[in-house]
Design a binder for this molecule. Structure first.
Ligand SMILES: NC(=O)c1ccc[n+]([C@@H]2O[C@H](COP(=O)([O-])OP(=O)(O)OC[C@H]3O[C@@H](n4cnc5c(N)ncnc54)[C@H](O)[C@@H]3O)[C@@H](O)[C@H]2O)c1
Length: 454
């Protein structure tokens, strides 16, 4: 099939590459001149493990090209299907900004002969229906097909999704999608566009709720003889619950969960639906990022204003360069507001990018140097280099009180002169205790992408 993929971000580029490798003729359409230049040079403008290699392989087939002109390409050789994978960022009130979606739909709707249009961007329930009110052609040749891929395993998730959800009013659109995704495995759920939109939001709300739930339980596991890791390990072995997304820490902060929970809460408010569970999920998460500063205040007291704090990692996840809602964006400015100095170590983010994000902090390229003389360490990313570091030696480089706040609950406690508390925090005065290190129950196994960061 001849396919256009409008929007070459994490979702669109992954899809364009995967569809080209599956034998389709694909045109990636991107309006950002910088991203387009990078694509034209054969490089991926977003970081995703394996994507550069697969992009090279797809370009070598001659079935993948990039452009900023959807209409010109269509005139030259019409597309059968246009996939829309543009952004739906949050507005300040939490609602989803649909301006990129409506602009892309308008462009696709003006094409002659008319192609089939498949919207993959995450949009609030009822969006397709309300758009069909003003664009009647949507009822004939349209499907809403939400994307569920995870950054870090995007290509695998595209090829073998847990499910393919298709919301459409037309059997022809379903048939066309089955042809397009012939190489994709996974069960299909074919439904109305509004149900498909709700499936995407409900899935992310549920995952967010699991994280907030484990953070709430973590606060209850504060006694010396309660280990939240073992509690969650025991809970997750129940197949009705599962281990995924049960890891306590400083809260969820990827590019989807914060924005999609906020958008669903906003949508529910507008519909007059109270949604207390969703609101509690968001409230727990909002409080979680503030925990780092709260612990620094409690443990360092007045000494905080003269203290040097080392922050390890600015990303939410090591396998993604997406910083859109990373907890570092809340945690670092909060610490900068009260501590004398903040040093940031992140092996994949250069000093210029750190300075742009946090102008008052110092980017330090070496982990050991970042810790030297610091009074406390706040770990925000599960970098393999940090997890596997020689922590007894690292701890010796610190100045008192040698506080470690493990915001991802990922460090082995051995050798640290403190113990992990309920929220993934190591604080002085507690005896060390063993922590299970079975990656299978973690919500994102660190081992899976570790080699690419060495
Ligand atoms: N990133 C993820 O992990 C993920 C996972 C599942 C679903 N989603 C959803 O998929 C959608 C896309 O997410 P993303 O992270 O890839 O977004 P992104 O912001 O990384 O990429 C969107 C791209 O679309 C381009 N664009 C916007 N309007 C355009 C137009 N009219 N013509 C050409 N290009 C245009 C932008 O310049 C940008 O490069 C969002 O709705 C998101 O919620 C994202």
């Amino acid at each position: 099939m001849r396919v256009a993929v409008v929007g070459q971000g994490y979702v669109g580029l992954t899809g364009a590459v995967a569809l080209a490798l599956q034998g389709h003729s694909v045109t990636g359409v991107e309006q950002d001149p910088g991203r387009l230049r990078t694509l034209d040079a054969g490089e991926a403008p977003v970081f995703e493990p394996g994507l550069p290699q697969q992009l090279t392989a797809a370009l070598a087939t001659g079935r993948l090209r990039f452009t900023d002109g959807l209409a010109e390409s269509h005139r030259w050789a019409p597309f059968d299907t246009v996939l829309i994978t543009v952004g739906t960022p949050p507005r300040s009130d939490g609602s989803a900004d649909l301006s990129q979606v409506t602009a892309a739909l308008e462009q696709a709707g003006n094409l002659l002969p008319p192609p089939r249009v498949v919207l993959k961007s995450t949009v609030p329930p009822g969006t397709s229906s309300s758009l069909a009110g003003t664009c009647p052609w949507l009822r004939e040749r349209y499907a809403y097909n939400p994307e569920f891929l995870n950054q870090g395993s995007a290509l695998e998730d595209w090829a073998a999704p847990a499910r393919v959800v298709v919301g459409t009013w037309s059997h022809d659109s379903e048939r066309a999608l089955r042809e397009l995704y012939a190489g994709v495995t996974g069960p299909w759920v074919v439904t109305t566009p509004t149900s498909a939109e709700m499936i995407k939001y409900a899935s992310n709300a549920f995952l967010a709720m699991k994280i907030s739930f484990s953070n709430e339980i973590a606060r209850m596991c504060c006694g010396p003889d309660t280990d939240v890791d073992q509690v969650m390990q025991g809970v997750g072995y129940d197949p009705r619950i599962g281990h995924a997304f049960l890891q306590p820490g400083l809260g969820y902060g990827d590019s989807c969960l914060p924005k999609d929970t906020a958008a669903l809460a906003h949508w529910a408010s507008s519909a007059g639906i109270p949604a207390p569970l969703l609101r509690a999920t968001i409230a727990v998460n909002d409080a979680q990022a503030g925990l780092a500063l709260q612990i620094l205040r409690t443990e360092l007291g007045a000494a905080l204003r003269d203290a040097t704090i080392a922050v390890l990692g600015v990303r939410y996840e090591p396998w993604s360069d997406d910083l859109r809602a990373a907890p570092s964006r809340t945690v670092v400015p909060a610490i900068l507001g009260e501590a004398a100095r903040v040093r940031i170590w992140d092996p994949a983010t250069d000093a210029v990018a750190v300075a742009k994000l946090f102008p008052a902090a110092d980017a330090v390229p070496d982990l050991s140097d970042a810790l030297g003389g610091a009074h406390a360490v706040v770990l925000l990313t599960e970098w393999p280099q940090a997890i596997e570091a020689d922590w007894p030696r690292m701890a010796a480089r610190l100045a008192g009180p040698r506080l470690l706040i493990d915001g991802k609950n990922c460090l082995p406690p051995s050798g640290w002169p403190a113990c992990p508390s309920a929220t993934g925090v190591s604080a002085p005065g507690c005896p060390p205790r063993p922590r299970p290190r079975n990656p299978s129950w973690r919500h994102e196994p660190v081992a899976r992408t570790a080699p690419s960061f060495r």
